[in-house]
Design a protein around this ligand. Structure first.
Ligand SMILES: [Fe+2]
Length: 554
């Protein structure tokens, strides 16, 4: 008998389809059967922008108590948890010591990373914490060789990997350097369930383009109240690159600072962000993928230094040699995190890694396959419209051939959910693409659609220099044939709304997952968008190759 038991599917289908609930959509309450992708493809729907939201956001200031340094000496701060590739291991990260800033022509003596040990004591009991892990530490610099600019050198960043963990278990931990009396308070996290078609993390929060504004604050407090077991951040983290090195910020860097000799950043914003996020990410593992705001070019054309230094990634554990792409399992879900701002073409290291990674996914163990990267392939907003199409041209077929179920993106500061789609054609076996670049950063919300009169961008302006060249051509079939933009909401776009918010993914079993989008202006019981995403492995065969696996999944 095949793994995908037809009888079981029928039972599940009936039970969910008959699930009638009362759901608040925006300000309307109605008795509702939550739709599923089996009911699709859906007629495209746009919720008009509520102008009372204004669509902008204001950064938390340097003196906000949530971003100020609250520890002394080498006490740990900015504590976070992230997953390794499998349930039995996690990373703990933290920072000790203060960052330093200095005029460009004055040398900063960085803190010695070896001067403070990287130790985590952990266990399933709060006391005693009878396991110990030792990690490594580093310091990074953000240097600008230009008159009048400030250089930055970080505090000591520590990463330690805990191993031998049991699945779905609460662990307590303290991190720091016990030899100098600098151990943190006791924190806790829960490990992922074992990888199997029957076990999933209860709720996964999906956030994008967060920044550090009062709207970000609402997003994060709503995420916390939704009690996720795991959180994804789909790129664009702190928006430190909306600031000059002297701490002057703006909503649009190129508009406000057109003559700066290099795109500056104000690195203390990273420290502010790390402090602000600690209440969530010291308990809930956070998995991050890079966005364009993390590029942060500096001396020697170095990029992504803060991003790569501050977060821990299960790169080695998933066979990747890069912090820009990696994979991990969370219960019966395999996540692939991809990089849009490094090479992705078919002969690139990333593409070859992705081929290997997908070939090694055992859908009998992790039925769900979710791909995450920053700039969307399927978005109908005029901001960043068709910007990542070279990446799409290189990678879409590969992802489709392995039957990726869901794609999460950010970059566009709004919400959009696609119908199942592949190669711009509605396809019952294509992934659902979901854009959640609506975390609340200080750049403007995306409110315009490329299909509205006068909004279709000049194709020559659409490529992003950091993503690749120009690959977008006119549509060849359908109502938009011969055009660069549609003249109505595209058929691939099932639902779009401009609002800040976040999403929650609840995988119920090997074929059904509930996706809910929450808007910042709503109460917890109100949903902005909700749908069951249903896998149909019987109709959409998965390319499957049994090879030697590096995952010790079960
Ligand atoms: Fe972005």
């Amino acid at each position: 008998m095949g793994f995908f038991n037809f009888g079981l599917q029928v039972v599940v289908l009936i039970s969910y389809c008959s699930f009638v609930s009362f759901v608040v959509y925006g300000n309307k309450i109605r008795s509702n059967v939550i739709p599923s992708t089996l009911d699709g493809p859906f007629e495209p729907r746009t919720v008009p922008f509520d102008v009372s939201l204004r669509g902008n956001a204001v950064d938390l200031t340097d003196d906000d108590p949530r971003v100020r340094r609250r520890v002394k000496g080498f006490q740990p701060e900015q504590i976070s948890v992230s997953l390794s590739a499998t349930y039995d291991s996690v990373w703990i990260s933290w920072i000790t010591g203060e960052f330093q800033m200095s005029n460009h022509n004055k040398n900063i003596t960085p803190l010695d990373p070896e001067s403070v040990a990287s130790v985590v004591r952990y266990g399933t009991l709060r006391n005693p914490l009878n396991h110990e892990a030792k990690g490594y530490s580093l310091v990074y610099s953000q240097l600008y060789p230009f008159e009048g600019l400030q250089n930055y050198t970080s505090g000591i960043i520590h990463h330690a990997r805990l191993t031998g963990l049991k699945p779905d278990k609460l662990y307590y931990y303290r991190c720091g350097d016990p030899s100098i009396g600098a151990l943190s308070d006791v924190y806790s996290f829960k490990t992922m369930p074992i990888s199997s078609p029957k076990s999933y993390p209860k709720r996964i929060a999906v956030m994008g383009d967060l920044g550090l504004t009062y709207n970000t604050s609402t997003t994060i407090s709503h995420v916390i109240s939704n009690k996720p077991q795991l959180a994804l951040l789909v790129g664009d983290v702190t928006y430190a690159n909306l600031y000059l090195t002297n701490g002057t910020g703006c909503d649009c860097y190129s508009c406000s600072f057109p003559n700066s000799p290099i795109h500056e950043t104000y690195q203390p914003r990273w420290d502010y962000w790390g402090r602000f996020m600690q209440p969530l990410v010291s308990k809930v593992p956070l998995m991050v993928v890079e966005g364009n705001h993390e590029i942060e070019k500096q001396v020697g054309n170095q990029t992504f230094v803060a991003y790569s230094s501050r977060f821990a990634f299960p790169a080695k554990e998933s066979g990747s040699s890069s912090t820009f792409y990696y994979s991990f399992n969370a219960g019966g879900i395999h996540f692939v995190m991809l990089g849009a701002y490094i090479a992705y073409h078919k002969s690139s290291d990333q593409y070859r890694w992705l081929e290997r990674d997908l070939a090694n996914v055992d859908r009998f163990v992790t039925p769900w396959l979710v791909a995450v990267w920053h700039p969307p392939w399927y978005s109908s907003y005029n901001a960043h419209y068709r910007e990542a199409e070279c990446m799409m041209a290189a990678m879409e077929e590969l992802l489709y051939s392995y039957a990726v179920d869901i794609v999460f993106n950010g970059h566009v500061h709004a919400y959009e959910r696609s119908n199942r789609v592949y190669n711009y054609t509605l396809d019952p076996c294509g992934p659902v693409h979901i854009v959640v670049g609506d975390g609340g950063n200080r750049e403007k919300m995306a409110v315009g659609h490329a299909d509205e009169p006068g909004n279709c961008p000049d194709p020559a302006t659409t490529p992003d220099q950091h993503i690749g060249g120009f690959c977008a051509l006119n549509f060849t079939t359908g109502p938009a044939a011969g055009q660069f933009c549609w003249d109505r909401q595209p058929d691939y776009s099932a639902f779009r709304e401009s609002s800040f918010g976040h999403g929650i993914l609840e995988v119920k079993n090997q074929t059904w997952a509930l996706w809910t989008w929450h808007r910042n202006q709503d109460s917890r019981s109100t949903v902005g968008d909700q749908i069951y995403i249903v896998r149909q492995p019987d109709k959409c065969p998965v390319r499957y190759k049994q090879t030697e696996r590096w995952f010790a999944s079960i």
